[in-house]
Design a protein around this ligand. Structure first.
Ligand SMILES: *Cc1c(COP(=O)(O)O)cnc(C)c1O
Length: 393
């Protein structure tokens, strides 16, 4: 047995997450561990919840980090809002809509699927048809930012439709939070979950969630027990309720919560509108570079996520070999395609602090060099210049 400390290499993370973590966040994590019922910790938690409300643009009292990754936030939304026999409309336009269907069915619900092609946003007309055809549906569930394809759906319009038809909404905002406008209260979203390792540039392992009053009423009116003990909101609430009446539910991941607190302070310092604009600005430069190389985007311009750029692999190029060379020669990670897109696309993330001019120029230069060396059918040597022109335009 080798018993030696583990020292990971320094990478530049430009895939679908995790993204590069702010050094300040890593430093915050190494501060002393204290008890999770310590009064000092409780004060930090109250600040953290307030900072999360800012990130989500909500006044929802029930806004908190779940002690597990984004998938647990997803599961919390479904197990609490779906009762056996409930009909749930689930939009699918990539990998994560499929996971929503799994969650509905495992909670005993009936998923009515609204399918769109991978790379397309959710079509509000199809959703409206489904809402009309299923007036007994309880919830409309959709992914705001589909990380598997880079498509952004119109959460505002979809939420309006749901409200008009008396449905609650469950919204996957794992990749949107902090990277593209997400206005929980203005849009009237009911159950929204996210992750820490995407546009917040925090370490993985927590899932920020927020629930509207309407959603909580639905949970309180349940006729059956929530099937998951750990994710049962009625139990978690006892732990998260402020005012010193906090009781033990589970041991909070103390140091990871310091990290999230710090990442949210960084977001607050920058200003969320500025963070959205920064993601957009660097996306535009990256786009100019990719287009100069001759690479095309999977998603049409009006539905593109700035923080997740899905581009088609040029004809005859071994996409995995390119990623391996980027990792080995440049210590740069970009993402592969998932599901039906495997082998056909690359996913280049500009998430959180990775959305920077340094990263854009580095990624374009490295990709240009590797593709040129592999004699790929691209325009060599022009990508970095095109991005720089976009910055000065
Ligand atoms: C990453 C991601 C998830 C899952 O988050 P984990 O932290 O990996 O569990 C869910 N939905 C979307 C859209 C994601 O991008």
């Amino acid at each position: 047995m080798r018993a030696m400390s583990f020292h990971p290499p320094q990478r530049t993370l430009m895939g679908p997450g995790p993204s590069d973590v702010y050094p300040r966040v890593l430093e915050a994590m190494s501060r002393p561990t204290i008890g999770h019922l310590d009064p000092v910790f409780v004060v930090m938690m109250d600040e953290l919840k307030e900072l999360l409300r800012y990130a989500f643009q909500t006044r929802n009292a029930l806004t908190m980090p779940v002690s597990a990754p984004g998938s647990a936030g997803m599961e919390m939304a479904f197990v609490n809002l779906v009762e056996p026999g409930d009909k749930i409309i689930v939009c699918q336009n990539g990998v994560f809509g499929g996971r929503m269907q799994e969650n509905v069915e495992r909670a005993g619900g009936v998923a009515v699927m609204v399918d769109d092609a991978w790379g397309e946003p959710v079509d509000p007309l199809k959703v409206e048809d489904a809402l009309k055809a299923h007036p007994d549906a309880k919830v409309l569930a959709f992914v705001h930012a589909e990380t598997s394809t880079g498509a952004q759906s119109d959460a505002k319009t979809l939420a309006e439709l749901a409200q008009r038809h008396g449905c609650l909404t469950i919204v996957d905002a794992v990749t949107s939070l902090g990277g593209t406008p997400l206005l929980v209260d203005d849009w009237g979203l009911d159950a929204v979950y996210s992750g820490t390792q995407k546009c917040l540039s925090c370490v993985p392992g927590l899932s920020p969630v927020t629930f509207s009053e309407r959603a909580l009423e639905r949970v309180k009116a349940r006729k059956t027990k929530v099937q998951s003990w750990f994710l049962d909101l009625t139990l978690v609430l006892g732990y998260w309720a402020g005012g010193g009446k906090r009781t033990y539910h589970h041991t909070a991941p103390i140091n990871t919560l310091y990290a999230l607190h710090e990442a949210l302070v960084v977001l607050r310092e920058e200003g969320i509108e500025n963070a959205w604009a920064r993601h957009r600005r660097h996306h535009e430069a990256l786009r100019a570079g990719f287009e100069a190389l001759g690479l095309s985007f999977v998603v049409k311009p009006e539905a593109r996520l700035p923080q997740l750029n899905a581009i088609r692999v040029p004809e005859g190029v071994d996409e995995a070999a390119v990623r391996t060379r980027l990792l080995n020669e440049y210590s740069l990670e970009i993402g592969a395609g998932l599901g039906v897109m495997a082998g056909k696309i690359w996913r280049v993330g500009l998430m959180g602090c990775a959305a920077s001019q340094r990263n854009v120029l580095f990624c374009l230069g490295a990709l240009d060099a590797v593709l040129t060396d592999m004699r790929a059918p691209i325009q060599s040597g022009v990508a970095v210049g095109a991005a720089m022109a976009a910055y000065s335009a």
